[in-house]
Ligand binder design. Structure first.
Ligand SMILES: Cc1cc2nc3c(=O)[nH]c(=O)nc-3n(C[C@H](O)[C@H](O)[C@H](O)COP(=O)(O)OP(=O)(O)OC[C@H]3O[C@@H](n4cnc5c(N)ncnc54)[C@H](O)[C@@H]3O)c2cc1C
Length: 433
């Protein structure tokens, strides 16, 4: 009963983003028999690779098993940051200072590259350098972030400031955190409009994009590849697998290296403007240091709050239940939103890797580019572009993210351990340990 009261009439399970950028049902063009490059997956990775390759004069086919942009690229929170799952100090402790500096330079370049892409391609996707505030869930998190900020500033430069709890209302209308870190250079955008803009540029560059055509297998065929679909097969000179959290049985090699994890978002109904301005001053991107972290923001028009996170331990099939749980988490941060009803609730899959770092790599001649660990709005288009440069044999392809995936012995692609792991993390969050 309580669950029903949080939903507005006509609750939609489609992303709120699709209101401005609906998934268009495009008729699948006939599959040509051959192409220079076949790309599997039509999200940011696949489209960005396609754009670079098509503009370099290659014939390119993007194959998508569902409608174009069905995956995370039209569903995400739209945060664009210089973000890795490991803090700079944690990464330096693990891999050494030099490697940590290289990876952090890499994410900075990715963020800047995406901003430049939006500007030079003139993609109207509400890109805004709003900054991001990350709230400390535990007092110790504040100290750790302060030390990390200092080290990052010293070693690579970092446009960020610590905000003590006493000044927190300057950046967020909540008392839920023990202060936090404000990263000025971070931005956000409308993810589905960004995807749509990319798609339009890819089509204009002459690439073919084919929906409803799942690739079922990729095999070597002499010096080329045979890309098998449910229907006719395609001969390709090179193949890029860009399937990230939706990687299936067509690519067992990649599946063994990725852990797909579901993430959910709810959108509130339009709220009084002064409420939103008080809770989210400056329309900043917001998040926290929970182990199962929440990420949230306003809609680009400043009318709604879009609140994302992980609503439970299992893979959530009961979408009303998971939306209710997210709503509860949201009012834990913003008690004023208790009566704000949900108009949209949706989910999508991200892909984690066993070293919690993004990867692109070539294996047996096939290019793989996936595993952004929830930071793909910047990393996916950037590494898609880098992978395309690698296919073209360009020296510009070099990046520290071109490194081998790590594996977990015995893991074949079904994350049986996830419910227990997520449950344990949620308990630690609740106990703040
Ligand atoms: C709810 C949510 C919130 C997120 N928030 C953020 C955020 O705020 N900031 C951020 O940086 N990142 C965020 N992410 C992550 C980000 O969206 C992804 O990392 C990024 O979109 C990955 O892009 P991609 O092109 O690699 O994969 P996707 O966009 O997932 O596309 C993969 C495509 O491959 C297709 N496919 C799979 N198998 C086949 C096959 N055999 N044949 C043909 N096609 C196939 C799928 O149908 C899918 O369309 C979020 C993700 C989710 C789900």
């Amino acid at each position: 009963m309580i669950a029903e009261t949080v939903f507005a009439e006509g609750l939609s399970f489609d992303p709120w983003w699709w209101e401005a950028a609906p998934r268009r049902e495009v008729a699948a063009p006939p599959l040509p028999g051959a192409a220079d490059v076949a790309i599997v997956g039509s999200g940011y990775t696949g489209l960005s690779a396609a754009l670079t390759l098509a503009r370099a004069g290659r014939s390119v086919i993007v194959l998508e098993s569902r409608e174009i942009g069905h995956g995370a690229s039209s569903r995400n929170g739209g945060a664009v940051g210089e973000t890795l799952r490991h803090s700079y100090t944690a990464l330096a402790g693990r891999l050494g200072r030099e490697a940590a500096i290289a990876f952090y330079h890499g994410v900075r370049e990715a963020r800047a590259w995406v901003e430049n892409l939006v500007i030079t391609e003139n993609i109207d996707c509400r890109f805004a350098r709003v900054g991001r505030f990350v709230g400390a869930h535990r007092p110790a998190d504040y100290g750790a972030m302060a030390r990390d900020t200092e080290a990052r500033r010293r070693d690579i430069g970092f446009d960020a400031d610590m905000v003590p709890r006493s000044e927190m209302h300057r950046v967020i209308g909540s008392d839920a955190y023990h202060g936090g870190r404000l990263i000025h250079s971070d931005a956000n955008l409308h993810p589905a409009l960004f995807h749509q803009g990319l798609l339009e540029r890819v089509l204009a560059a002459g690439a073919t994009v084919v929906p409803h055509t799942p690739v079922v297998a990729v095999r070597r065929d002499g010096s080329r590849f045979r890309v098998a679909t449910g229907g006719p097969a395609l001969s390709a000179g090179a193949v890029i697998m860009a399937t990230n959290g939706y990687t299936g049985r067509a690519s067992p090699w990649l599946r063994r290296r990725l852990v797909p994890i579901q993430s959910q978002i709810i959108a509130t109904e339009p709220l009084p403007r002064d409420t939103v301005e008080r809770l989210v001053p400056g329309r900043r991107q917001l998040g926290d240091t929970r182990r199962l972290h929440n990420y949230y923001r306003t809609s680009p028009d400043g009318a709604r709050i879009l609140f994302g996170g992980r609503a439970g331990a299992g893979e959530l099939r009961d979408r009303r239940r998971s939306a209710t749980q997210l709503h509860r988490q949201m009012i834990g941060i913003f008690p004023d939103l208790e009566r704000a009803r949900i108009t949209h609730a949706w989910a999508g899959f991200i892909a984690y890797t066993f070293d919690a770092l993004p990867h692109m790599v070539e294996h047996d001649g096939v290019h793989y580019c996936a595993g952004y660990c929830g930071s793909g709005v910047a990393m996916a288009p950037y590494l898609g572009h880098k992978t395309a440069l690698k296919v073209l044999g360009s020296r510009g392809a070099a990046t520290p993210f071109d490194h081998a995936y790590r594996r977990m012995p015995g893991y074949t692609g079904t994350p049986w351990f996830l419910p227990a792991a997520v449950w344990a993390l949620s308990v630690r969050d609740r106990l703040r340990v």
